[in-house]
Design a protein around this ligand. Structure first.
Ligand SMILES: Nc1nc2c(ncn2[C@@H]2O[C@H](COP(=O)(O)OP(=O)(O)OP(=O)(O)O)[C@@H](O)[C@H]2O)c(=O)[nH]1
Length: 593
């Protein structure tokens, strides 16, 4: 094998929109290289699969003439953003490279865009697999062939469709600020994202995806891949799992050094570090030994990069996404401190006003907060762990009702937190739960918009609306206490329980009741003729037949209406408001401004 011991296997994550083919692509990658044992069969790790370099170069994809110095590729078995962000290491993601799968027939979807944003944030190099090319009508399958081979065998029409679809992807990527090209046309991989047409079902294009990943790793990140095989092991906890007969175990991706049975290790809980001793290291049994009852094979020692299960005492309470470090010799204090720093160093900018966010891992919390930030939504509190009663009570104290929400990513709400929602102080709190960031954000934004509309509606209902009336002749039903007269509504919307003024601004009195054909009503539109009772004036003295009156709108109501609600007023109401404010502003030009 063309391997130098100084360079470790790059770690790769597969991301993309639901159903675009992430799992199938991983399955194909795992399946396609098992065949030839001489080439070095793939090995199944815990939570990961290693595809050795010789297996890849033999597939004949693009760049196969490249002199390769990396040992292979380690694929994280769980696809998706969540695994990617959980694998937090050294301030970034543990994944060195990523494949973004996009269904070429469907194009970009919200989770594709989210994946790209996350990769941009983490500065992770990636290739795009434009998947499901075999679904193009008329496609002729060449099982497991490199793209160039299979493309040459397609007819012109199919080739044309492939080109058009790729062109659409290039356009969309450009809108998002990425330069991209079909992989065989890329000259500078540092500037252009390579798009590889693939089929996760027929295996076409897969050799090229693998070669592109190797090319990227070799050219742009060999420095990051340098490691010391003999050094103390460093890894990230992918999952915390109960295993029968073993107790709590950790599935760990080891990215540096060596981890051995008997090693003293430091791992992390919510707030504190845990020091313990490795009791056993476990790998999956090879497929050929499937009949042996034990699920795992015990090993004495592993080197990076690999996926391994660690059994040790005191692992309850360890959280996924946190580091694992081996203590060796004098480095004890430094290592404990580093682990402590990593768990405390949560990269979330907190705002004075904002929502509360919770997630199951630090990486997920950071990814969620970055997405919120990019939409201008503040975060007041960010914590790893389930939604607790305390979270609910605290959210209940948030003054701005638009932020009285808890966004919980991949983490449950505890029963007493649900009970707390019933308490009066927390009755306005909403909890959004889910495992897809963009869906959570959509739900929250939709809720916030509805709440905003509701608040506006309530505010609107409290405002005094403009109206103008004229007292009709022969319709004075009562002179005073209260005066009852017939009026015609000349414009706007007349409501009860408002004050009236004459068109010269003089006060008239309080409109108490309104009737239309002997029926009591509370509002009436322009054009209607109604009887109204007014407390205060006497007909013949303060008011007379044919007098015109406005509803007296308080100055602060005018401010709100003019600034925020003008578009919700009918044309007739707007005209009357204009007349009314001009009357007021004749005396005071700044009235209501
Ligand atoms: N014809 C064709 N079908 C594909 C291809 N890739 C995936 N599929 C099919 O598309 C469906 C979804 O594929 P998955 O691999 O489960 O997609 P995923 O992205 O892992 O989906 P989630 O895990 O649900 O997010 C399955 O029915 C696959 O068989 C492809 O290249 N060609």
């Amino acid at each position: 094998m063309t391997q130098t011991s100084k360079i470790r296997t790059p770690i790769v994550c597969v991301l993309g929109h639901v159903d675009h083919g992430k799992t199938s692509l991983l399955d194909k990658i795992r399946g396609s290289s098992v065949v030839d044992t001489e080439a070095g069969a793939i090995t199944q790790h815990i939570g990961a699969t290693v595809v050795p370099i010789d297996a890849i170069t033999q597939m004949g994809g693009a760049l196969s003439k490249l002199t390769v110095s990396i040992p292979g590729l380690l694929f994280i078995d769980t696809p998706g953003h969540h695994a990617f962000t959980t694998l937090r290491a050294r301030g970034g993601s543990l994944a060195d490279l990523a494949v973004v799968v996009v269904d070429v027939n469907e194009g970009f979807k919200p989770q594709t865009i989210e994946a790209l944003q996350i990769l941009r944030n983490y500065k992770t190099p990636f290739v795009i697999a434009a998947n499901k090319v075999d679904r193009i009508h008329g496609w002729r399958v060449q099982e497991n062939a490199p793209f160039a081979t299979t493309f040459a065998k397609q007819n012109e029409r199919v080739q044309g469709i492939v080109e058009t679809k790729l062109y659409e992807l290039v356009g969309k990527l450009s809108d998002l600020g990425f330069n991209s090209e079909r992989y065989d046309r890329v000259r500078d991989f540092a500037r252009n994202i390579a798009i590889v047409p693939t089929s996760a079902i027929t295996g076409e294009g897969i050799p090229d995806v693998l070669m592109m990943l190797i090319g990227l790793a070799q050219r742009y990140m060999t420095e990051n891949l340098a490691m010391s095989v003999e050094g103390p092991g460093a890894g990230t906890v992918l999952e915390v799992k109960e295993e029968r007969g073993l107790g709590t175990t950790l599935d760990v991706i080891l990215y540096d050094g060596t981890l051995s049975v008997g090693d003293e290790i430091v791992v992390a809980g919510h707030t504190q570090t845990i020091t313990t001793k490795v009791r056993s290291l476990l790998k999956p049994r090879p497929m050929s030994e499937i009949l042996i009852e034990e699920k795992f094979e015990r090993v004495k020692s592993v080197t990076a990069a690999s996926g391994i299960k660690v059994a040790a005492p005191k692992l309850e309470g360890v959280i996924a996404g946190t580091p694992l470090r081996v203590i060796r010799g004098e480095n004890r204090d430094a290592v404990v401190e580093q682990v402590m720093n990593e768990i405390q160093d949560i990269q979330v900018t907190l705002a004075e006003e904002g929502v509360v966010i919770k997630a199951d891992t630090i990486g997920a919390l950071e990814a969620l907060s970055k997405e919120l930030d990019s939409q201008g939504i503040g975060v007041m509190k960010a914590e790893v762990g389930p939604v607790t009663r305390h979270d609910v009570i605290e959210t209940g104290t948030i003054k701005n009702p638009l932020y009285s929400a808890i966004i919980a990513f991949n983490t449950p709400t505890l029963p007493d937190a649900v009970d707390a929602l019933m308490e009066t102080s927390a009755s306005n709190v909403s909890i959004f739960e889910g495992g897809v960031i963009y869906k959570l954000l959509d739900d929250y934004v939709e809720w916030r918009e509805e709440k905003k509309r509701e608040m506006e509606r309530q505010q609107f209902e409290k405002l005094v609306m403009p109206a103008k009336v004229r007292i009709l002749p022969n319709c004075v039903f009562r002179q005073s206490n209260p005066a009852v007269v017939g009026v015609r509504i000349l414009g706007g919307k007349l409501q009860t329980d408002v004050n009236l003024v004459l068109t010269n601004g003089k006060k008239v009195g309080h409109l108490k009741q309104m009737q239309l054909r002997s029926e009591t009503i509370h509002e009436a539109d322009a054009g209607k003729e109604v009887a109204i009772s007014i407390e205060g004036p006497t007909v013949g003295r303060q008011i007379n037949v044919d007098d015109e009156m406005y509803v007296d709108i308080p100055e602060r109501h005018v401010k709100v209406i003019e600034r925020e609600m003008l578009d919700r007023l009918s044309t007739s109401m707007q005209e009357i408001l204009e007349e009314y404010t001009s009357m007021r502003r004749r005396e005071d030009p700044f009235w209501g401004k």
